[in-house]
Structures are given as structure tokens and as C-alpha cells.
Design a protein around this ligand. Structure first.
Ligand SMILES: C[S@@+](CC[C@H](N)C(=O)[O-])C[C@H]1O[C@@H](n2cnc3c(N)ncnc32)[C@H](O)[C@@H]1O
Length: 184
């Protein structure tokens, strides 16, 4: 018996051992939906991650199989669950000044050279395109304020977006425990 067959035992159809059978067909259906919905490309190497994140959804919804879950998310009635599925599959790791060289770059290569332009009324737009719970755009704002304390009076704006609606709500609330606000 091959190693992969052993891995699939006792349910030979399932890509992942666990409470639910999760077949290649289930994975392909979910992967196609997520690609269509959000442009996220999931390969079968992510089967364990997809299984563990979505098994929680099956439990919450009281669905007995991934086939039922796939049928739900593919149906018109599954619009809300498609959102929950996407939120479950994102990875939201972040912190203030994560990957500090980005902020060094922003400071030295973008902001400092632009100070005269900005003080003269010039316009600057910054974008945290995948902002998670907001630590990145707030670190950008702190970086701006470190060289331009009068930034609120200037034409500088920071846009923050994320594909995950649940984490974006946390960014909007912008409430952080003290231990997360420590700067490096
Ligand atoms: C690992 S976090 C990184 C957060 C932040 N940029 C940082 O570096 O600290 C990745 C974020 O990207 C978001 N994301 C993934 N694909 C996205 C897309 N196509 N558009 C917008 N956000 C996306 C996820 O929801 C997640 O919150």
C-alpha cells in the first residue's frame, strides 16, 4: 500500500483524515467558488487548511457532509455563507509596523522627499490594500505624523481595504489592547 493510500485511510476518498469526508471533488467545487468570488487561487496543497477552516462552518451550520456544504454555497440561498466561507479562508496575521522596512521605505523614499510638495498643498494618497485589522494603515498614519505633525491639515489620505468583511469591521473599530500598541 502506498504512503498516500495510507494517508487517505480509512476513507480512501477523503483528502484529509477527520470528522468529515473531504474529497477532491469537494475541494475543487470550493476552490472554483472562491476563485470566482474573490480571485483567490487555492491548490490542493491547501486541502488541510481549507478542511480545518470549513469544518468549523459545517459544525456551526449542523451540516453532515461537505457535499451539503458545497450545495449550500453554490446555491442562491448560500450568499451569506459564501461571505462567511471567504472570511474563514483568509489569514489575517498582522501587527503594528509588521515588516518594518516597508515603513522605513515610506519614510525615507516617499514622505521625506515629498515634505515641501505636501506643505505647498500637494496631494498624496496611500493605500493599505490588504489591511487586515488595521495595524498596517495606522502604522502608516503614525509614520506620516512622525515627519508631518500637521498632516491632518494637509491633503494626505490613507485608504484601507480588505477582502475579509469581518476583519475589516475590526479595522474600522480600531480598538487595540495596550500590548499590541507597543512600537518596536
Ligand atoms: C497576512 S494579512 C497581512 C495584513 C497586512 N497587510 C500586514 O502586512 O500586516 C493578509 C490580508 O490580506 C487579505 N486579502 C487576501 N486577499 C485579498 C485581496 N484579494 N484583496 C484584499 N485583501 C486581501 C486577507 O483578508 C488578510 O487580512
Amino acid at each position: 500500500m502506498s504512503a498516500s493510500a495510507l494517508r487517505r485511510s480509512p476513507d480512501r476518498e477523503s483528502l484529509v483524515e477527520g470528522e468529515y469526508s473531504f474529497t477532491s471533488e469537494d475541494f475543487q467545487r470550493i476552490s472554483a467558488l472562491i476563485y470566482e468570488q474573490a480571485g483567490l487561487a487555492l491548490t490542493e496543497s491547501k486541502a488541510s487548511l481549507v478542511y480545518s477552516r470549513l469544518a468549523k462552518r459545517l459544525r456551526i451550520l449542523g451540516l453532515p457532509t461537505f457535499k451539503d456544504y458545497c450545495a449550500l454555497v453554490a446555491s442562491p440561498a448560500g450568499a451569506e455563507e459564501r461571505g462567511a466561507m471567504l472570511n474563514s479562508l483568509t489569514t489575517n496575521v498582522t501587527r503594528f509596523y509588521r515588516e518594518p522596512h516597508h515603513f522605513d521605505h515610506l519614510l525615507d523614499k516617499v514622505l521625506r522627499p515629498a515634505i515641501p510638495f505636501l506643505k505647498g498643498g500637494g496631494r498624496m494618497r496611500l493605500w493599505s490594500a490588504a489591511c487586515s485589522s488595521g495595524q498596517e494603515p495606522y502604522s502608516m498614519a503614525l509614520t506620516v505624523l512622525s515627519v508631518l505633525p500637521d498632516a491632518p491639515k494637509l491633503d494626505i489620505k490613507i485608504l484601507a481595504t480588505d477582502i475579509d468583511s469581518r476583519i475589516l469591521a475590526q479595522a474600522r473599530a480600531a480598538t487595540y489592547p495596550d500590548d499590541l500598541v507597543d512600537t518596536p
